[in-house]
Design a protein around this ligand. Structure first.
Ligand SMILES: C[S@@+](CC[C@H](N)C(=O)[O-])C[C@H]1O[C@@H](n2cnc3c(N)ncnc32)[C@H](O)[C@@H]1O
Length: 396
């Protein structure tokens, strides 16, 4: 097996950046803007090449990435003995010393093993036993904040190993101390804002904002605030080759690019307790100047501008009777027709019956996953007046 001992390597690295299903193209565009090379989307991720500085920048600045991982080698293993044996041939002492800690996370797409924990355990044993054999002691395992996070993917009998540069997944931004019952992951919220095509000079309303994630992520995007700014920790910071000076320079450059654009984003929420959480989160993210959280019913909103974008993530109705949830979505459709002309309205939901109840024709329908829930992100273009009026009215 050819192993990529990346801590000793200079120059470009081959990276895989993972994301949610449906956000691959958005992520590819972000990587392009960030200066990545050889960008190629695949399902739930994008391949890209870049140097160590790019790894730092990607973790710090990408809005729609979950993890930045670096392949170190792959091999065929027909059973757990072969897996153990192959992993033990890698010179792990070139990645890690015995005073450090590590952990394994495995994802399986195979019939060879039933449990990812079993595979992780085998890989851990192979690494620990190799250290014992060669150095007489072994690094410890730390499942919370390891020095080296190893990511294993098993596809049939092919095992691919990666080093995870991110540490905790990148949706854990660090600004959201307060959560409501069903918050969107920050990465998904950023993806929805990007997919919506909203431009920062337009008004953006989230009519059912919960803990405020969509509004906050829109503010970060609009003013180019690096979403990693709020985190104290990335996995690469504990690598043996961590270049703190390089990281500081990259952070400084990213902070210098923050703009002071005037942006108007409104997050509206009916539940008073949840409103308090959203306000706190907006404060933690330091975007109070552009995000206004208001307490009220979506159905009472009267937009202050003639057009813009509306993004809503209404309840999906898993805990409600069918007629209640279809009733809610029917009212949403009526509200859009009545008060949101000139807006591009976007709704994300996992509920197909609810979609029918909206009673409007969507102009785009994007398949996307919210956790394990298959959803549709639907666009409704609310013309001023009816579409027919636009054509039948006399030309100016
Ligand atoms: C699925 S949650 C939204 C989660 C949000 N995107 C987040 O990341 O936290 C739906 C939210 O809609 C709110 N809601 C339900 N009906 C509403 C209404 N008529 N007006 C305003 N908010 C409403 C609920 O209180 C709940 O917080």
């Amino acid at each position: 097996m050819k192993v990529n001992y990346l801590f000793e390597q200079k120059g470009d690295l081959e990276l895989k950046v993972t994301t949610f299903y449906g956000l691959e193209e958005v992520l590819a565009k972000e990587l392009h803007r960030l200066g990545g090379k050889n960008i190629e989307p695949f399902t739930r991720g994008v391949s890209v090449t870049g140097d160590l500085g790019f790894v730092y920048k990607a973790n710090l600045c990408l809005h729609t990435a979950l993890k930045v991982i670096i392949p170190i080698g792959s091999f065929i293993a027909a059973n757990d003995d072969e897996l153990y044996q192959q992993v033990g041939t890698i010179e792990w002492e070139r990645f890690l010393n015995t005073d450090q800690s590590f952990m394994i996370e495995s994802v399986l797409n195979t019939e060879l093993y039933n449990h990812s924990l079993f595979v992780s355990q085998k890989i851990k044993d192979a690494i620990a036993d190799r250290f014992r054999r060669i150095q007489g002691k072994r690094p410890s395992v730390d499942l919370i904040r390891p020095d080296l996070r190893i990511y294993a993917r098993v596809y049939n009998d092919e095992v691919s190993l990666y080093i995870d540069s991110s540490g905790e997944p990148l949706y854990k931004r660090g600004y959201r101390a307060e959560q409501n019952l069903a918050p969107l992951k920050e990465v998904l919220a950023a993806g929805l804002v990007s997919l919506s095509g909203w431009e920062p000079h337009q008004l953006l309303i989230d009519g059912m904002c919960g803990s405020g994630t969509i509004a906050i992520e829109a503010a970060l995007l609009a003013n180019k605030i690096p979403p990693g700014y709020f985190r104290q920790d990335f996995g690469f910071m504990r690598w043996q080759n961590f270049d703190e000076q390089l990281y500081d320079t990259i952070l400084e450059n990213a902070l210098n690019r923050i703009s002071n654009r005037e942006v108007e984003i409104i997050g509206n929420e009916i539940d008073a307790f949840t409103v308090k959480k959203a306000v706190a989160n907006v404060g933690h993210a330091k975007v109070e100047d552009v995000v206004k959280i208001q307490h009220g019913d979506f159905f009472d909103i009267q937009p202050t501008r003639k057009g813009g974008a509306l993004i809503i993530n209404p309840p999906y109705g898993e805990r409600l009777p069918v007629h209640e949830i279809t009733g809610l979505y029917k009212e949403i459709g009526n509200k859009l027709k009545k008060d949101f002309s000139g807006f591009n309205a976007w709704i994300i939901t996992s509920n197909p019956e609810a979609i029918k109840a909206i009673g409007l024709r969507s102009s785009r329908k994007i398949k996307i996953y919210n956790g394990s829930l298959e959803c549709r992100f639907l666009k409704y273009e609310m013309y001023q007046g009816s579409k027919r009026d636009q054509y039948t009215q006399p030309k100016e």
